[in-house]
Design a binder for this molecule. Structure first.
Ligand SMILES: Cc1cc2nc3c(=O)[nH]c(=O)nc-3n(C[C@H](O)[C@H](O)[C@H](O)COP(=O)(O)O)c2cc1C
Length: 169
């Protein structure tokens, strides 16, 4: 799909069919995550793919929503805060920034492949970290459910007008 068309077509999908995406599609999505840029190219991200019944259930326990449970698989984007770049000037870690870029690569790649996704950050971090056996320095940043949309995903994107978002000096 043309890149601009992909950006326009991406929507948060909050209901999925039971069809499990082919492994080759998932691998293509993960490759797009791997190619995401990161500060100082430190590559602090790790991707946990939850596709077994057991892991799906555990991920669902961290975000208990009916629609979320319909997803056939989840990609949990994690960032190693001991690896990520920290700006010396103010001590700001860029772990979440790197993870956010990778997560959006995942969402856009999935859209281009005809799959739906949704960013999920409102999960219980302790429950998710426990399920994935994450050490304290590795943070789960986003869960991306991936699957085929089970509803009309063509609703308009509600966004502020460009003039409210851009200042040209
Ligand atoms: C950082 C971030 C966190 C989000 N967390 C959630 C979430 O926990 N649950 C949810 O249903 N949607 C979540 N969303 C999806 C937003 O609600 C959605 O992107 C926004 O309403 C715009 O709709 P669209 O994605 O269809 O264009 C999140 C999006 C972002 C970027």
């Amino acid at each position: 799909m043309d890149f601009l068309e992909t950006v326009k077509q991406r929507r948060s999908v909050r209901r999925y069919t039971s069809q499990v995406p082919d492994e080759t599609l998932v691998n293509t999505i993960l490759e797009c995550a791997r190619l995401a840029p990161s500060a100082v190219n430190l590559q602090p991200c790790h991707y946990h793919v939850g596709r077994s019944e057991d892991m799906r259930r555990k991920v669902q326990q961290s975000y208990d929503r009916e629609w979320f449970a319909t997803a056939p698989l989840y990609i949990v984007v994690c960032a190693d805060t001991s690896v990520a770049w920290t700006r010396r000037e103010d001590g700001r870690s860029h772990a979440a920034v790197d993870a956010a870029i990778a997560a959006e690569h995942i969402c856009l790649a999935a859209t281009a492949l005809g799959l739906g996704t949704c960013w999920v950050c409102n999960f219980k971090p302790a429950v998710l970290s426990d399920a994935l056996h994450l050490p304290p320095h590795v943070e789960p940043i986003a869960i991306i459910p991936v699957g085929y949309a089970d509803a009309d995903a063509t609703r308009p994107q509600q966004r502020k007008p460009i003039g409210e978002m851009v200042t040209v000096w």
